[in-house]
Each structure stands twice: as structure tokens, then as C-alpha cells.
Design a protein around this ligand. Structure first.
Ligand SMILES: *Cc1c(COP(=O)(O)O)cnc(C)c1O
Ligand SMILES: [Zn+2]
Length: 391
């Protein structure tokens, strides 16, 4: 295990590994894992994200894996053509064990919970986060309670229960979360302040996305587009690219773009105003439930500024259009993930630059959503006469 600690992103104070559910004990800002000394990138023997164990802060005896990560980076010629971008790549995170990139987060997070001596984990979710938490709780042998969003898919609640966790639909989750952490010895899968953003360990799982893209391309891309809510879907890979640069494996890092739905785009508003913090969206609405948090964390906004990037938004129509385009090219994603492509299509990237869109989650876990956007009749027992015109 590498020599590491937790370090405040704002005041740079350092702390030993532990649970800091309300951020930096000195200033309240977010903490991240910082490494001392130099490490190799890879350990060929490791499973899932633990292939990168020399760059992750958990000793081997606590590591949990369901074989997450190592996802394909693909070109989709039909989409490239529609976008006018020959080097438009998709990091297909739907290939993870519970069909979303959250599996990297929980592989790292549940391992850290075990390292810190916790046998119970609680989290709140719009869907993917909770499904993934439940699966990794099962793999880790840890008890798990998941507070589900009112609009989360019933399928996902059943999945959470089948994995052995306790799904609870709950409108005001924050207060109950505090109680379980304070009075019942639960480890929270996300911090509770500043904002419910990823704990520092979950971010370490996400950073492996950057490591893999660098390996798969043989270099870093010019641009990366990430659908964001709390923001860690962008901040995690950004941290990974930064570490590759620190290790001397690349001399440049990508320009990072956050993608949001126009009906809930607090990062876009903050970015346009040049703000340092992300304000609360008063009336969030979008089909892209997984990125519909009303506000987000500062680390992602800072990453956008530091990389010279942007925050972009797409309308509901554009999101559904991008979803259909990806499906027609062979990858079925959920609306949140399609938002990355919807934004890339109108970002105006130069045709000779390399762009990677992060496809965070599968459409398969959202049956009601898929049904609502499928607009053609399904033939049932047609006669040959009815079928023939379609052949
Ligand atoms: C969680 C999630 C996101 C956003 O991740 P943040 O870390 O909250 O920014 C994007 N897409 C999907 C499918 C998700 O589940
Ligand atoms: Zn601090």
C-alpha cells in the first residue's frame, strides 16, 4: 500500500485516513487522498480497479472487487460521422458489474469502510449509486441501507433488495442519514458536508477511468466530456489525469467539460457567471434523473476552470436524440449518459481533436424511461402482408 493521507483541497491540512463525514476538520472543505513518494501505476495481479493498487490507499486484505473497471473505449463510426468528429471515443462504463461507473466508486469506498473498521454503510440514491452500493455491500460482507429517490425505478429498488441491502424510499434523506451515521455506527458512502459529494475514497475509484483512457489511447485525449451532478464524475478522472502528469507519464492533461441538462444545470450557471461555488437550482427537472441533483461540489467546478474547460447543457430533446443516436450505433445508455454526447455534439470541438465522452450508465436499469421514449409500435403476431413492407 502506498504512503498516503487525506489532504484538504482548500487549506492543504493533512489528516490520517479516517471518516470525515463533514469535510476538513479545520475549514470544512473537501478532502482528497494525497500520496507521498513515487509509486508504479499498475500491479498486474490486481482485480478490477485494484490493478492500480500501487495508486490506491487500501491494503490488499480490505480490497473488494466485482471485476469493475477495464471498460471498453470505443469509436462508433456512425456517431463520429454525425458529430463530424473522427476521433470521438466513448468510455463505455455500462460494462461495469451493475451497469454504471458507480461500481468504481463503491469498490474503493467499501474497501475503505472495511479498512476503517466499519461493518455498516448507508447511502442515498437516485438509482445507480444505491444499486452499486448494494452489490458491493454484498461483495464486502457489509450491512447496507439505501435511501431511494421517489422517482427511482422500481426495478432498481428490487435489485437493491435482491443484493441483500435494505431499500427505503424516503423524501427527506439528509436528516435520517445523519442519524444513522451519528447514532448507529454507519459509514456514509458520500460526505454530508460540504454537500453530499463523494467521499475521498470513492473519488480514488473514479480516477482509474483516467488511467485506463491513457492506457487505451496511448496518450491523454484533448477533451473529455463528463455528465455531472455532484461533480465527481468529472473531478475523479481529472485527479487521475493530474496524477499521470505528476508521475511523468504525460506532459499534458485534457480539457474537461461538464455536461448537464438545461432543466438542471447549476454548474453551467456558475461557470457562465465565473463563480467559485455552485448555487442551488430552484426547480430541477429533466429526464436525466441521475444528474438532477440541485447543486454540486466545488472540486469539479475548479477542475473545469483549471483545465480551461467548460460547463455545457443540453435540452430534453437533445438528450433523447443523443440517446437514440447511441442506441442506433449499438450502445444503450440512460439519459444522464446521453447528455455527454448531446453536449459534445454542440460544443464545437475541432474535427482533428480527440474527444472522450464518459458513458456513465446503462439504459437497461430504467425500463419506464426506455418505454417512455420508444415511439414506434411493436408488431404483435403480424400477417405476412403487414410485415412485408418492413422487410
Ligand atoms: C452518478 C451519475 C452521474 C453523475 O456523477 P456525479 O459524481 O454525481 O457528478 C452521471 N451519470 C450517471 C449515470 C450517474 O449514475
Ligand atoms: Zn481545510
Amino acid at each position: 500500500m502506498p504512503d498516503s493521507c487525506l489532504k484538504c483541497l482548500s487549506c492543504a491540512a493533512e489528516f490520517p485516513h479516517g471518516l470525515y463525514s463533514h469535510g476538513c476538520p479545520k475549514c470544512g472543505e473537501a478532502l482528497e487522498v494525497a500520496y507521498r513518494g513515487t509509486q508504479a501505476l499498475e500491479n498486474a495481479g490486481g482485480a478490477g480497479i485494484w490493478r492500480f493498487a500501487p495508486r490506491l490507499p487500501v491494503p490488499v486484505e480490505f480490497q473488494v472487487s466485482l471485476g469493475e473497471g477495464n471498460t471498453p473505449l470505443v469509436l462508433l463510426p456512425a456517431v463520429s460521422k454525425a458529430a463530424g468528429l473522427p476521433s470521438l471515443y466513448f468510455k463505455n462504463e455500462t460494462a461495469n458489474p451493475t451497469w454504471s461507473f458507480k461500481d468504481r466508486f463503491h469498490a474503493a469506498g467499501f474497501s475503505a469502510a472495511r479498512m476503517l473498521g466499519y461493518g455498516k454503510v448507508v447511502t442515498s440514491t437516485t438509482g445507480n449509486h444505491g444499486v452499486s452500493a448494494a452489490a458491493y455491500a454484498a461483495a464486502a460482507g457489509v450491512k447496507c441501507v439505501v435511501f431511494c429517490h421517489q422517482e427511482s425505478s422500481p426495478l432498481q429498488r428490487h435489485m437493491i433488495g435482491l443484493y441483500g441491502a435494505l431499500p427505503v424510499v424516503l423524501e427527506r434523506q439528509q436528516a435520517m442519514l445523519e442519524v444513522l451515521v451519528r447514532d448507529y455506527g454507519y459509514f456514509p458512502a458520500t460526505t454530508m458536508a460540504p454537500l453530499p459529494v463523494a467521499n475521498a475514497y470513492g473519488v480514488e475509484g473514479y480516477k482509474t477511468i483516467a488511467y485506463e483512457i491513457w492506457q487505451q489511447l496511448g496518450r491523454v485525449p484533448d477533451h473529455m466530456v463528463c455528465p455531472i451532478s455532484a461533480g465527481d464524475a468529472l473531478y475523479g478522472p481529472w485527479k487521475g489525469f493530474g496524477e499521470l502528469r505528476q508521475m511523468g507519464l504525460t506532459d499534458r492533461v485534457p480539457v474537461m467539460h461538464g455536461a448537464q441538462a438545461s432543466g438542471c444545470c447549476p454548474y453551467v450557471k456558475a461557470f457562465r457567471a465565473g463563480d467559485r461555488t455552485v448555487a442551488v437550482e430552484e426547480h430541477p427537472h429533466s429526464i436525466a434523473l441521475s444528474i438532477r441533483d440541485e447543486t454540486g461540489g466545488r472540486p469539479a467546478l475548479q477542475a473545469i476552470y483549471d483545465s480551461g474547460g467548460s460547463a455545457l447543457d443540453a435540452t430534453e430533446e437533445e438528450i433523447v436524440g443523443a440517446l437514440r443516436l447511441l442506441a442506433s450505433a449499438g450502445i444503450l445508455v440512460e439519459p444522464a449518459s446521453a447528455t455527454a454526447l448531446a453536449c459534445a455534439l454542440k460544443a464545437g470541438f475541432p474535427a482533428d481533436e480527440t474527444v472522450v465522452c464518459l458513458l456513465t450508465g446503462s439504459g437497461a436499469k430504467w425500463p419506464e424511461t426506455m418505454e417512455s421514449i420508444y415511439d414506434r409500435p411493436i408488431l404483435e403476431n403480424p400477417t405476412l402482408e403487414e410485415l412485408a413492407p418492413l422487410l
